[in-house]
Design a protein around this ligand. Structure first.
Ligand code: SME
Length: 152
């Protein structure tokens, strides 16, 4: 799977300014989850108002109980405070991890910056160990940069 071939489609989806942000993000989640074999769950979390917690927005894949995640908790909550990409090769090796499904083996979370501020993140789960590498990081940074343009 060449991730770069999906870039124009991501941009096209996000440019549909007649649709709500949630709808556009939902289409992006569906695209990634359907087209990339190792992306089993794809979702966007955003800072919940002025609370130090993340709230789940659009996603594709199985529903999760973890719609609210406090800053610092789990992989997502750690990225909310570190502002850094987090690639987890093997989720069983993580102490500070929130399990969404017993099938998940690896995970990647990439923060989403608007005008330099970390306002949320894209989170991908894979049922394959060592599912993610630098190519996924660069691709998901591209996706988040495109999403940020909605507000910039
Ligand atoms: N595993 C994440 C929680 C979100 S679910 O993957 C959808 C975490 O540890 O923060």
């Amino acid at each position: 799977m060449n991730l770069n071939t999906l870039q124009p489609k991501v941009t096209e989806i996000l440019n549909q300014s007649n649709l709500s942000v949630e709808h556009r993000l939902s289409e992006v989640c569906d695209l990634l989850q359907k087209q990339i074999p190792h992306y089993d769950w794809v979702g966007f979390y955003f800072k919940n108002g002025d609370k130090n917690e993340l709230k789940l927005s659009s996603y594709a894949g199985e529903p999760t109980d973890h719609t609210i995640i406090p800053f610092g908790k789990g992989i997502c909550g750690q990225v909310a405070v570190s502002n850094q990409n987090f690639v987890v090769d093997d989720v069983t090796a993580q102490d500070n991890y929130i399990a969404c499904s017993i099938h998940v083996k690896s995970e990647i979370v990439v923060p989403l910056f608007v005008n330099g501020e970390n306002i949320g993140q894209i989170d991908i789960d894979s049922h394959t160990k060592n599912g993610f590498n630098e190519k996924d990081e660069r691709f998901l940074e591209f996706v988040n940069t495109e999403v940020a343009k909605i507000w910039e």
